[in-house]
Design a protein around this ligand. Structure first.
Ligand SMILES: Cc1ncc(C[n+]2csc(CCOP(=O)(O)OP(=O)(O)O)c2C)c(N)n1
Ligand SMILES: [Mg+2]
Length: 199
């Protein structure tokens, strides 16, 4: 059985969303993303567990309000999403059609010792569907080609925000530490957003 790893899925996300704003959660996920090569469309949210979706929702609302034909992607861990779970409601309350949430679901708080989260028993997609997202669920053995097709559909669909849950291996993957200044990271991401608005 070949299990999808975090690194493999992040590499796919980088590839598909190379010119789309992508908000990336803390710890191992940021480190692996950086190890794969940081790009200007990515905002690394260091330390602030649970906040990526709130940030991505604001970016998506800004685009929608100003008629910018662009989606915003939020990558989250299952633990991070559960910590600020109410944030999945906000985009639907605001009637946003341009948010893509991709959950890297390893059913654990991987970065802090692999304690289990609720997702070993609860399927987040059932909740997201009820709220109004267009949803897709991928098992740990799903083909990356299938996942890629769904990511492309999500980018191309102007009518819906998406919630895509991808099960990944439970093994603890990491990469070298990332110490850049969060204020500068935010500024660089803002510059990227401003460029999109001009286009
Ligand atoms: C408010 C807050 N609580 C706890 C932490 C410590 N912490 C950092 S990463 C992490 C686990 C994240 O789990 P998940 O989002 O599922 O990501 P994974 O490491 O499993 O990929 C925790 C508990 C934190 N940074 N902030
Ligand atoms: Mg996790």
């Amino acid at each position: 059985m070949i299990e999808n790893s975090k690194r493999e899925i992040l590499s796919l996300l980088k590839n598909v969303f190379s010119d789309t704003p992508v908000v990336v959660p803390l710890a191992d996920t940021v480190r692996i993303m950086n190890d794969l090569g940081r790009t200007e469309n990515e905002l690394y949210v260091l330390g602030s567990m649970g906040m990526p979706l709130s940030i991505a929702t604001g970016v998506a609302k800004g685009f929608q309000d100003q008629g910018v034909n662009k989606k915003c992607v939020c990558i989250e861990g299952d633990g991070g999403l559960l910590l600020n779970f109410n944030s999945i409601l906000t985009a639907q309350f605001l009637d946003l059609k341009n948010l893509i949430i991709v959950v890297l679901d390893n059913e654990q708080y991987g970065a802090t010792g692999c304690q289990p989260t609720y997702t070993s028993k609860l399927d987040l997609v059932n909740i997201a569907k009820e709220v109004g997202y267009k949803c897709h669920s991928f098992s740990i053995e799903s083909s990356t080609d299938d996942i890629k097709d769904t990511l492309i559909d999500a980018i191309d669909d102007p009518e819906n925000s998406y919630f895509i849950n991808i099960k990944i291996t439970k093994s603890h993957e990491t990469a070298p530490f990332f110490y850049d200044n969060p204020v500068i990271l935010m500024h660089e991401f803002q510059e990227f957003i401003y460029k999109l608005k001009i286009l």
